[in-house]
Ligand binder design. Sequence first.
Ligand SMILES: *Cc1c(COP(=O)(O)O)cnc(C)c1O
Length: 482
Amino acid sequence: MQEIIKKNMLSIEKSVTGRRGVRFEKALSKAEDLLPADCLRKSRPHLPEMSELDTVRHFTNLSRQNYCLDSHFYPLGSCTMKYNPKAYDVLSNLEGFSLAHPFAPLAGVQGTLELLYNLQELLKEITGLSAFTLQPAAGAHGELTGILTAKSYFKSRGEHQRTEVIVPDTAHGTNPATSNMAGYTVINIKSGPDGCVDKEALQKVLSDKTAVVMLTVPNTVGLFEKDICQIAEMVHAAGALLYMDGANFNALMGVAKPASFGVDMMHLNLHKSFAAPHGGGGPGSGPVGVVAHLAQFLPKPMVEKQGERFVLNTQMPDSLGKMKAFYGNISVCIRAYCFLRQYDGKTLHQVAEQAVLNANYVRVLLKDYFPAFFDAPCMHECVLTLQKEKMNGIRTADIAKRLLDYGFYAPTIYFPLIVPEAMMIEPTETENKEMLDLFVEAMKTIFQEIVSNPQVVHEAPLLQPVKRIDEVSAAREPNLRW
Ligand SMILES: *Cc1c(COP(=O)(O)O)cnc(C)c1O
């Protein structure tokens, strides 16, 4: 049987049909009219040709070797790989949206502008903030937009001495990178033993040099900053602004409004918490919301409503300028709008509650096997570690590889950096109990394997098309070409 399958695959790979395309000939005769004779080919290029059926089979078989959300549970912490309804794709592909020309007169794209305006209003509603820009194309891009907004604000006040951004060690890695890129000096502070910001450590570094304090909420160990209201007071007392990295807002949406705990500015990741498929670098959207006194510094143009019409306001003299061509990744905004309309103001909290419940369910069931680094209820993800003495030399990377054999995508590993042998597991709200139980069973089985037969985990994956890569050799002798 194996032999037949092998031959079958070979015949697909070898199949080269010799058919000539009529279109090619036509295109060639046109080119002949346009190009100088010495630039023209004398003969057809030797391009490989395959039948459509063989091509479809080739790519379908390749895609089956991959892990994706449509086929597998994908608990990649911090990335929120949740299921996004296909209906939103259909809606965002409606021709009125997808075929609109970016330079179309505003009268011809009133529907798109209305949707963007309404999305801004919904984002204001769920965060409590006063203004939103939809321009940034990703979370990190939103951070940069936010920090540059703060920079413009302090410049307008003549507070040029504010050259520092404070970032705790539980922040997402993009936070210090962004601050650095915006020209600020990054001041790192260590967290307390509970995994939250150490207020004394924060007080020590706050000064009239501080421009912004950047908090990832929930932080990267999956915990809510329980003292955030006091932290906001401390930040404001120093004359600085509080920035919240809200990329993982699915832990809070419909339950808490960041403006109410003193946040001045934040970004949201529409491609994570809301509803756009991502991964593999697909288009993202990282809208930035701010309190009223920062609105005038946001990127222009802003979508505004004048009477019954929707316009792009380009008359913003204090604006930091443009952060992206045109108005952002509109297809992602459309999906987010659909998502927010589907969960109205009364049911949105269910998303956050389910996301948090699912993460805690996994955390508690795995407690005796892979304990949480901070033993406390978590938000939308749990960060687990290893009981080193029971691990027989097995490390987190081995467990991640073995999970593939059990049919699960691996969690985020070795991040956050403050947790040794970290496994960051984010089930998201769209997985059901049966799937979470299967995942927990797989993790427990791997634990037993570590105790009784660690070699099998050490050599994993054993059932995948690509086996364990020799990472040491790959690093020492990189072969950067095929
Ligand atoms: C994913 C993430 C980011 C970065 O978002 P991108 O869209 O990948 O740029 C920033 N902060 C947190 C907390 C994140 O989870």
